[in-house]
Design a binder for this molecule. Structure first.
Ligand SMILES: CC(=O)N[C@H]1[C@@H](OP(=O)(O)OP(=O)(O)OC[C@H]2O[C@@H](n3ccc(=O)[nH]c3=O)[C@H](O)[C@@H]2O)O[C@H](CO)[C@@H](O)[C@@H]1O
Ligand SMILES: C=C(OP(=O)(O)O)C(=O)O
Length: 421
């Protein structure tokens, strides 16, 4: 038996949806807490399965975790025990790899198996490991486990061949206690990185250059506890803006930082979506004109986010003409196209691009959420489709969307979960 999401399409959406705290920030902020010697309280934590998995991992390390209210986590690492991280929870998400940097930074030792997360084509972690080695760590891979050791970590200059989000954050976490200054060149500039660096600085770290491609970290001797509020999730926000563009008469997406969404907003305007951008909200109105096709090229921030291209592709099936999406981050991130085609879309994939021939009428079908944002794309398509869509493997969706069902039902969608054979 499997629990699927069923969506009856064709219902117009109205009202306000509130965006939760950023998944990609949260999943790094939680491991970062083990660098502190005292409790850290984080506000705005999304209720997603990635957070539940991290909570299990913290508890396995004897870190006390208490949920306070709906979205607050109290994390007390005072009695942490640095045991090997080999449980199933490690493979449930990508971000378990942040314990490498955090534990190496705090204890000079980390033992952890390979992380999980969405399969988007190969996702190596060589840049993380090279960064740790540059700081003075030795790395061994034994019985499916990375073993990282360092008597002392020493600050150095690190140039990242690719501006990797994960490598930037992981190296930054390892470097906060290193002796002297670490410089990360060609660092990633995603807003989530600024969020982690800001938390670490509140704990007592000395990190400069956040939001630029040069991060400078001056090692400190001690980090303490603090209170911290997570930024809103720009990918969840983009998903709901796309949903509004697809099906809303008048919908407000609130608790957002519009500056984080500029590339997406620009594309939606090009496609012909009518919207008003406020200080911390976006209002999307129904457009009676046909949607225009467009070209999307995914890029590191501030470019068009790869995590948004999959839901955006679903919307582009309704544009009159041919659209193209080209991936420069994950060349194989096109599994959603086959699923969308089962619903009546006409998409050809020739990596690293997909070609969307619109406009096609969508109908309900049995489809599979092959990864998190594929799932988001299928939800967008299902809301537009005639009839009922049955989405399988929804555990991917639950990794990253806080209360998806409640938020959509509240806007007027017909969506429910059902056990199927
Ligand atoms: C938990 C989290 O924050 N996940 C996000 C993070 O993933 P993640 O941090 O894994 O993605 P990266 O920014 O590291 O990956 C960017 C590119 O660099 C390559 N690479 C990365 C590291 C490495 O050591 N070697 C290497 O070759 C990757 O294969 C990919 O082609 O950023 C991605 C790109 O914005 C997003 O899609 C993910 O949602
Ligand atoms: C790819 C994603 O997540 P992860 O890196 O956690 O697999 C995503 O959020 O779209």
């Amino acid at each position: 038996m499997e629990k699927v999401i069923k969506i009856e399409g064709g219902h117009r959406l109205n009202g306000t949806v509130r965006i939760s705290g950023s998944k990609n920030a949260t999943v790094a902020l939680i491991p970062a807490c083990v660098l502190a010697n005292n409790p850290v309280t984080i506000y705005g934590v999304p209720n997603i399965s990635d957070v539940h998995s991290l909570q299990i991992l913290l508890e396995e390390l004897n870190v006390k975790v208490e949920k306070k209210g709906d979205d607050t986590l109290y994390i007390d690492p005072t009695n942490i025990q640095n045991i090997p991280m080999v449980s199933n929870a490690v493979s449930k998400l990508r971000a378990s790899y942040y314990f490498m940097g955090a534990l190496l930074g705090r204890f000079g030792h980390a033992e952890i198996k390979m992380p999980g997360g969405c399969y988007l084509g190969p996702r190596p972690i060589d840049l993380h490991l090279k960064g740790f080695e540059s700081l003075g760590a030795t790395i061994n891979y034994e019985n499916g486990c990375y073993i990282l050791d360092a008597k002392e970590l020493t600050g150095t200059n690190i140039f990242l061949d690719i501006s990797s989000v994960g490598a930037t954050i992981n190296i930054m976490m390892a470097a906060v206690y290193a002796k002297g200054r670490t410089t990360i060149e060609n660092a990633a500039r995603e807003p989530e990185i600024i969020d982690i660096a800001t938390l670490l600085n509140k704990m007592g770290a000395r990190i400069h250059g956040m939001g630029t491609s040069t991060l400078v970290i001056d090692g400190v001797k001690e980090l303490g506890g603090c209170f911290y509020e997570i930024i809103p999730d720009r990918i969840e926000a983009a998903t709901y803006i796309i949903i509004a563009a697809a099906m809303a008469d008048d919908m407000i997406i609130e608790n957002i930082i519009p500056q984080h969404l500029e590339a997406v907003i620009m594309k939606l305007k090009q496609v012909g979506i009518d919207m008003k951008v406020g200080t911390d909200f976006i209002e999307v109105f129904k457009t009676d004109k046909p949607l225009k096709p467009t070209e999307i090229l995914t890029k590191p921030y501030p470019g068009f986010a790869t995590d948004v291209q999959q839901p955006f592709t679903a919307l582009l099936t309704q544009a009159e003409g041919n659209s193209t999406v080209t991936e420069t981050i994950y060349k194989e991130r096109f599994k959603h196209c086959k699923e969308l085609n089962k619903m009546g879309a006409d998409i050809d994939v020739m990596t690293p691009s997909c070609f969307i021939n619109g406009k096609t009428k969508l109908h309900g079908a049995k489809v599979t959420s092959t990864d998190l944002r594929c799932g988001a794309g299928l939800v967008v398509a299902a809301l537009m489709a005639e009839g009922i869509t049955e989405i399988h493997d929804v555990y991917h969706i639950d990794r990253g969307y806080d209360n998806l069902d409640g938020k959509l039902v509240n806007l007027g969608a017909k969506l429910w979960r059902e056990e199927v054979e």
